[in-house]
Design a protein. Sequence first.
Lengths: 798, 213
Amino acid sequence: MAKKLVGQNIAPPDLVAKITGRARFAEDFRADGMVFAKLLPSPMPHARVRRVDASRALAMEGVVGVLTADEVPQRELPAEPCLTHEPLYQGEPILAVAAVDETTAAAAIEAIDIDLEPLPFVLDPLDSLRPGGPDALLQGNVRVDRELRSIKWTERDFAAEAEGRLPMGEPTVAWSLGDVEAGFADAEVVIEKTMVHPSLTHHPLEPRSCMAYWQNGKLHLFGSTQSTQRTQLALARALDLEPEDVVFVGAYCGGGFGSKIAGSTIMQVPALLSRKIGRPVMLRITRTEETYIGRARPGFQAWARIGYRKDGRVTALDLYIVQDNGCYGSQGDYNTAAMIASLSYQPLSMRFRGISVYTNTPPRSAQRAPGGAQITTLLEPLMDEAARRLQMDSVALRKVNAPDAHGTVGPERRSLTSAYVREALDRGAEVFGWEDKRRLSGRREGTRVTGVGVALSSFVGGSAGFDGLVIIGTDGKLRVHQGIGNLGTHSFADTARVAADILGVPWKDTEIVWGDTSRGLPYSSVQAGSQTTHAHTRANHAAGMDARRKLQEIAARDLGGAPGDYVVAGGRVYRRGAPGRGMTLARAARRAVELGGTYDGHEVPDNLHASTVRAARMLAGRGLMGVARDTYPHEGSTFSFVAGFARIELDVETGMVEVKEYTAVTDCGIVVHPRSLAAQLHGGAVQGMGMARSQHWVIDPHWGVPLALRLYSARPPGILDVPLEMKWGAVGLPDPQTPVGAKGIGEPPIGAGAAVITSAVADALGGKYLARTPLSPDIILQELEGRGSPYGPLDTHV
Amino acid sequence: MDGNDIVSLLERHVPRRTFIKGVIAAGASVSSVGYLFRNPPGLLAMGTPRGGVGRLLTLHVNGRRRRVDVLPQETLAMTLRYKLGLTGTKLGCDRAECGSCTVLVDGTPLYACSLLTHQVRGRSVLTIEGLQDPDTGALHPVQEAVLEGGGFQCAFCAPGFIMSMVAMLEESPRPTRAEAAHALSGNLCRCGDYDKILDCAMRAAEKGFAGGL
């Protein structure tokens, strides 16, 4: 039997295009008569547009048209419009101008006469909660039961602030599990900390540029998205179109990290501008604009009190999170953070309180492990502190608390599909050489002090219930239609292997159809939340099994016997034990087309999503179609885990941190593509290291103007900021609740990469946890020089 | 043409403020007026030549002579992407921060977003599209190494990184891993795939790649 494709290193089929420059990203498309659009960004963090006069701009030679907020769908807050009359952050697009070239469009933007009425604004969630503090939205500062409300805490609530402790007034979310008071009573050691995690921009390398035109009443949009098929639906919904009237093309995505889950709001601008002026419109987004509109991770001001038994077991965990929600939407990070804390540490009792406050700062969205990464970064050093005080090993303390198959998550104590965390910690400790390396802790050579860190990061690892669609063509080739996106994880190709394995088709005869909704794409998960590997190995398994059943039926019909007598392998379907009695897949596909009905997609199961039905209708008659919804059983919640280990050197003269080595070992079930898994483990960790060390926002407190607008000021890690070599491993045990046994792994790596830094820096500082990120050299240096923190314990956007 | 010529040319045709304004407004990529469509011919979106008059230049790109109308303030990245149809050179930041637009000018890796097209007159420009063998279509050894190593995730940075790798190996065919990291430090990978990128660079070096531009 041929070696299974699942588990092998196979480069994705788009790699040649990517390395020869032929891969077309959104800004690489051209259309006849294409014009360029530019956006007018709000100069104020909160304002009302009183008057716009575009006549001077429109009179300029080369200017083709203008699109204002009156001409785009306006939505009820906190939903975000693509252009607005009431900008809620500095940089928010107010209108767009189209011109024959970008210079002219930019000049036309300057010629727009605009009158703005400044409105009260607020940048720090706590300032909005203060008695008499401003609300970011005219309608309030929090959202409760789907309504915007204004919540102010009392002076008494804020009394804690003077002691450097998080004020904890009335929350909007609260839950508990077990008896928290009893938990603390049982504790040998109790640790309490107020902590700050910044907001930070995603900064995918490809800005969200997009191009649009209309043809025969259909919108054709070329954009950058994490999830192709779902972006078609999102665009249709946003623009009040039928999904079949939207052709979305996005075969490549230059990074999203949660900021382009189903495309982006700004895509509406070229779409509507193009419809208005009757010409294709390219909206090129610059890096500065990307910082404004490109989404960011919500910041936390948090407080935790954790009780530990003598053996290191967490008896009680009390957590309060004030989340900076930004100006639109309802970010779930703080809720997820509490879930992840309940999962990673399996506390015997826990209380969570939280509030998410609107601010006049750029919009937030999920960013790789939303909530999970922040809380892991903040809480992991507390585990080390407890270990120190209990004179325990840090890895041992984590193992005492780690979830296993009987672990639960959240206040409802939901069950897990699988968890091999202790295995991951053991394996990681072995690969990293923890026993030896921990002895280096605090060693000083010249000006450099060694710190070692370990971190456990958990995050969701999969969903279920989506559709798969494969076609065995009359040429004998297998075409796997993938509605998921291609954002660099390779899962658009890797999850297709499952169908090829079931149908015994070699990889060279397997084609992936992706990236263009006009090619017929089934209903898919959004490529976010680490869902894809799990969701689409399942969906492609279902479609592959459906195709195999049809092959067996056709063979039995033509060659006699029962379908169960037939085997599908080696490009043929044949009678078990009699390879001569069979037919090629090409021949079976031709028979499927002759037979029609369910065999070639003219009839489809009635549990499919409407998008899949549309795709099947489009593709019917091209060969033997396998199309099915994933109805495999799935009980419990699926999570993946990463144990990270790092050794750093902290220069006590400069405050600089150098990461000398990093190891990550994961439990993500069966490994589908080892090399891509390594890239997720390492790449995610690198992002986490940037988050913990250098990436941040700086906002001018007086004018509300974001200042860290560019890559050099927001500082994602470069190649010299990370270890020269990184190691990895995987437990590799299958998740029993999914047919292939594979779980998602996009998100857990980032928290591990960030938390090993917060842990190792605290270790290098002799156990002093600075309780904020990023741990930039100035903060470390001030601490080393005994000058305390340059910032207040709750300061944000600094 | 040297730097002074550029300045004088700019000053003749574009008031300094207009140039700076244009750069700021358009994020350093002042686009062209004569935006040329690759096909079909005759569909020229001719607009107002704001900020200067185009001049017909002969550029040497990927071993070919290309005649192209270029504005004084036009960046090489915009000429390549919007006039010569060479969209493999990516714009990630518009301003010399990310390296996605790295091209080789006379063998030196430079950011095409931060070069004026007029500066490369008479010099040889190599972009990602020019790496393959023009006769056989065979991949360049560096591309081969990247393909074998499964390099890159989203790969928006890939063309820039690959150009930097080629330049590095031209100059130093057997770098250490640390030297390779230094040579590639002008390129940013937001997916953080540096470990694999370095693996690919070292694999390319092992192939004994030397010369062949």
